[in-house]
Design a protein around this ligand. Structure first.
Ligand code: PDD
Length: 287
């Protein structure tokens, strides 16, 4: 368990850490977040996550609360105080505290910052990756700006609960054209019948996953053919392999979609290799 949270300039025991009841993150989901995987106490894929944080904030006209360098220092200090080496770091930045009014508060209202760290049991997650996981599909019902990483995650929470109740670990959204967009908290991939790696393009209404972006590079460097092209749930079932990516899941083989086995129903060699290559990359780039 994490013991120390960073809240607006202070390191506080998590049990005492509080935010104001009129924080706009709380009232309007007027906030963005980032999640970094932590390897040996270091933040993986830092550049991608900082770039996306700045983009998300920029799209919402929330000022960056401090410089990248200062934020890196605070993130690392929160990790250090928690004595966690393998885990996840959560950062949330909201538009700040103001009397409830839908329109923005006065200029100069300082953004609120919260950072927490949680431990990940790498042995347990590796065991899960060796077994593979199931996903269910669910109709796409989110707003049109899923490229902004906001904390407005109610549809994602409901989709994830649907998955859990079906004994699955992820829900894949399917749009009006019958194409998979992404998961409730991950990007979706297949290795199709021709051995081509496929994931949805970022012109679609999806989050531009940092793991996704790094893995596109890692896969190309490994000599794999990659296409940013959508697929249907049926195509996933008849594919050789499927998997999901994200800071939490890294690269995680998917062995069933809506109870139908993918390929031979066990994790395939491509996903397994990409998981190892991605972890190597993440460790090498971590700061
Ligand atoms: N989720 N798509 C969605 C909707 C996500 O919420 C996430 C990440 C991803 C993968 O993005 P990345 O590779 O940058 O982690 C894709 C985080 C981990 C979360 O909500 O906890």
């Amino acid at each position: 368990m994490s013991r120390i949270a960073y809240v607006n300039g202070r390191f506080t025991p998590k049990s005492d850490a509080v935010v104001h009841i009129e924080d706009r993150g709380y009232q309007f989901a007027d906030a963005v977040y980032e999640v970094w995987a932590l390897f040996d106490g270091k933040l993986a894929d830092p550049e991608g996550h900082f770039a996306r944080l700045e983009r998300s904030l920029g799209e919402l006209k929330i000022p960056m609360p401090m410089s990248r360098a200062a934020l890196t220092t605070v993130l690392r200090e929160t990790v250090r105080r928690n004595r966690i080496r393998e885990g996840l770091v959560y950062l949330q930045v909201s538009r700040g505290v103001a009397t409830r009014d839908h329109a923005f508060p006065p200029e100069g209202t300082p953004p609120s910052i919260v950072i927490t760290v949680s431990r990940v049991d790498r042995e347990a997650t590796e065991a899960r990756a060796r077994k593979g996981v199931s996903v269910v599909t669910t109709p796409e019902n989110r707003w049109g700006r899923c490229d902004i990483k906001t904390v407005g995650l109610l549809p994602n929470a409901l989709a994830k609960q649907k998955a859990r109740e079906a004994g699955a670990v992820e829900a894949w959204y399917v749009d009006d054209l019958g194409l998979v967009t992404e998961g409730a908290s991950s990007n979706a991939w297949i290795v199709d019948g021709d051995g081509v790696l496929r994931t949805r393009d970022t012109n679609a209404n999806i989050l531009r996953g940092v793991t996704r972006l790094s893995l596109l590079d890692v896969a190309r460097q490994a000599g794999l053919k990659v296409e940013e092209r959508p697929f249907t749930p049926d195509e996933a079932v008849s594919a050789r392999e499927a998997f999901i990516t994200g800071a939490g899941t890294l690269v995680l083989p998917v062995v069933a979609v809506d109870g139908r086995p993918v390929g031979s129903g066990v994790p395939g060699p491509v996903a397994t290799r990409l998981r190892a290559l991605y972890i190597e990359h993440a460790k090498a780039t971590a700061v």
